[in-house]
Design a protein around this ligand. Structure first.
Ligand SMILES: [Fe+2]
Ligand SMILES: [Fe+2]
Length: 249
């Protein structure tokens, strides 16, 4: 058990006289409520004698948590491979959010603005979802978060400065890699004996929206951007490298 105050332990049937608590916590009537790991090392000095606090018969269940939501989250603690998926998806959606932020900073007031804003709003929702999942499943975010934050914005703004078609070429390149990446994850998850259907649902919804962004980019003339092939190849390579790094560090 960690030393967080996430756990609540209730010890009933305290003796009438409690001279000193091994841990300084309030006694409420005949119930002592102890939060955190201190409960495991707690003892009471009663009438001059030391009385260990032992778990009562139903304490094992109480030790888990009194909060239903926390119990659900605990049970969902991610195994290593799922952890990597969540870490990289969290990083990717953060990067995507920043790319569209960069595009909006340059093209927000042009005719491309509303379309980019629409895609950005979807990316913000993707990011928020993985912010929630990474927290719920207790996955460590990549240490690269600050780098991706800046790199995403620079990529979005930089390509937008080359013109709206270059911005769309950036979208096509990024979304191509992300759609492939999400499809890979879906294949892996589906092959599990007990597939994580909750995660699969999220990924599959986002995959569809990333595909829409990709298609929008093409419809908006991405392929007419200057040096389209070179630009998209470089961005795709950058995204793949970022994915590999974010899985592990
Ligand atoms: Fe996204
Ligand atoms: Fe997207």
């Amino acid at each position: 058990m960690t030393s967080s105050s996430r756990y609540r332990v209730s010890v009933y049937h305290l003796p009438d006289q409690v001279e000193k608590l091994g841990c300084c916590l309030p006694a409420l009537g005949n119930m002592l409520v102890i939060r955190g790991s201190r409960a495991l090392n707690c003892s009471l000095l009663v009438n001059g004698g030391k009385l260990p606090v032992l778990p009562s018969s139903n304490l094992a269940t109480r030790l888990k948590s009194t909060n239903k939501e926390e119990q659900d989250v605990t049970s969902k603690r991610a195994p290593k491979e799922i952890e990597e998926m969540i870490r990289v998806n969290h990083a990717g959606e953060l990067g995507a959010d920043r790319i569209y932020a960069g595009q909006m900073a340059v093209l927000g007031k042009t005719s491309s603005g509303p379309l980019i804003q629409h895609m950005w709003d979807q990316e913000k929702a993707h990011r928020a979802t993985f912010e929630r999942i990474i927290h719920e499943r207790r996955v460590r975010p990549t240490v690269m978060v600050p780098i991706w934050n800046v790199a995403g914005f620079v990529l979005g703004a930089g390509t937008a400065l080359l013109g709206p078609k270059a911005a769309m070429a950036c979208t096509v390149a990024v979304e191509t890699v992300i759609v492939e990446h999400y499809n890979d994850q879906l294949r892996k998850l589906a092959a599990e004996p007990n597939p994580d259907t909750a995660l699969m649902e999220v990924i599959s919804k986002f995959r569809d929206e990333e595909q829409e962004h990709h298609d929008t980019g093409l419809e908006e003339g991405a392929e007419q951007a200057p040096l389209y092939d070179v630009l998209t190849d470089v961005i795709k390579l950058g995204c793949k490298v970022a994915i590999s790094i974010s899985k592990v560090v």
